[in-house]
Ligand binder design. Structure first.
Ligand code: NAP
Length: 280
C-alpha cells in the first residue's frame, strides 16, 4: 500500500524542536523576529505573507512587515536592507521575489546580511550549499523536500534520485543537498530526452515543473518514492502538483500530496531559519 508522506507530520517534528529553542532564547530576552519586505500588493505575496504571519504567531516569533511601493528603486531597497541588517531586533529578513524588472537583483542579493539571509538570497549562503557546507541558510523549498525524505527515513545513500528542475531556487541546491547525503543524482529539465525512462529507473523522483498533472503513472514504478514540489492550478481551478495524484498515488511506494506535502513544510523551514538566525 502506498505511504502518503504528509508535510504536517514533518513540520510538527521541526516545530517541537523549535519550541524548545525559542524558550531558551526567551530566557535570554531574545524574541526571534522576521522582517518581511513586500513590494506592491501582488495577491500571491499578500497571501504568502498572511500565512507566514499566522505561522509566526503560533510559534511566538515576531513578524514585521515593510510594505513598499513596487516603484521603489534599487538604491532605496538597498537602504532598507541596510537598515534591517543593522537593526538588532530583526533576526532574519525575507524579501518576496521575483523582484520587479527595474530592480538590480544581483545588487540586492549581495546587500542582505548573510547572517540574516533566512531565504538564502546572498551568494555566500548559496555558495556554501554548493560547497557541501550546511552551516549557512538553505533555500527553504529544497530543504523542505530534504526534510521530508530524512524524516521518513528514506534511504538516500547510494539511491538513484531524479530531480526534474534546474532552477537556482529548487533544483540546483536540492541536487547539492542530495549529493551531500551520497545519493546518485540525475538532474532533468525541458530538454531532457527519455524523461519517463529516467524517472522510472530512479528510486526517488522529485518533480518541480509547475505543470499540473504532468506526470502520469507511466513515469513511475511501484517502488518509486515521489516528492512533488510543483504547485499549479488545473483548468477547473483546483490546486495540483506536477503529478497526476489520483492516478499515480496508488501505484507508487510513497508520495507527497499537493496541497499538504512540501508546501506545508516550507514555511516551517523558513521559521526554523529565523530561530537559527536569532541564535547566532
Ligand atoms: P522554474 O524556474 O520555471 O523551473 C521549472 C523547471 O522545470 C525548469 O528547470 C524547466 O526546465 C523544467 N521543465 C519545464 N518543463 C519541463 C518538461 N516538459 N520536462 C522536463 N522539465 C521541464 O520554476 P521554479 O521557480 O523552480 O518552481 C518550480 C515549481 O515549484 C513551481 O510549480 C513552483 O510553484 C513550485 N514551488 C513550490 C514551492 C513549495 O514550497 N512547494 C516553493 C517554490 C516553488 P528548463 O530549465 O529547461 O526551463
Amino acid at each position: 500500500m502506498t505511504e502518503i508522506l504528509k508535510g504536517n507530520v514533518v513540520a510538527a517534528s521541526i516545530k517541537e524542536d523549535m519550541t524548545k529553542r525559542i524558550a531558551v532564547l526567551k530566557e535570554k530576552g531574545i524574541v526571534p523576529t522576521l522582517g518581511i519586505i513586500r513590494l506592491g500588493n501582488n495577491a500571491g505575496d499578500v497571501s504568502y505573507e498572511k500565512s507566514i504571519i499566522k505561522a509566526c504567531e503560533k510559534m511566538d516569533i515576531q513578524a514585521k512587515v515593510y510594505e513598499k511601493e513596487i516603484s521603489i528603486d534599487t538604491s532605496e531597497l538597498v537602504s532598507l536592507l541596510e537598515e534591517l541588517n543593522s537593526d538588532a531586533e530583526i533576526s532574519g529578513i525575507l524579501l518576496f521575489r521575483p523582484l520587479p524588472k527595474h530592480i538590480d537583483e544581483e545588487v540586492i542579493r549581495s546587500s542582505i546580511s548573510p547572517d540574516k539571509d533566512v531565504d538564502c538570497m546572498h551568494p555566500l549562503n548559496l555558495e556554501k550549499i554548493f560547497e557541501g557546507n550546511m552551516t549557512g541558510f538553505a533555500p527553504c523549498t529544497p530543504k523542505a523536500a530534504m526534510e521530508i525524505l530524512i524524516h521518513n527515513n528514506i534511504q538516500l545513500e547510494g539511491s538513484k534520485v531524479a530531480v526534474i528542475n534546474r532552477s537556482m531556487v529548487v533544483g540546483k541546491p536540492l541536487v547539492m543537498m542530495l549529493l551531500e547525503k551520497n545519493a546518485t543524482v540525475t538532474i532533468c529539465h525541458s530538454r531532457t530526452k527519455d524523461l519517463a525512462q529516467i524517472t522510472k529507473d530512479a528510486d526517488i523522483v522529485v518533480t518541480a515543473l509547475g505543470k499540473p498533472k504532468f506526470f502520469g503513472e507511466e513515469f513511475f514504478s511501484s517502488e518509486s518514492v515521489v516528492i512533488d514540489v510543483g504547485v499549479g492550478m488545473t483548468e477547473d481551478g483546483k490546486l495540483s502538483g506536477d503529478v497526476d495524484y489520483d492516478n499515480v498515488s496508488e501505484k507508487v511506494s510513497m508520495i507527497t500530496p499537493v496541497p499538504g506535502g512540501v508546501g506545508s513544510v516550507t514555511t516551517t523551514i523558513l521559521l526554523n531559519q529565523v530561530v537559527q538566525a536569532a541564535e547566532k
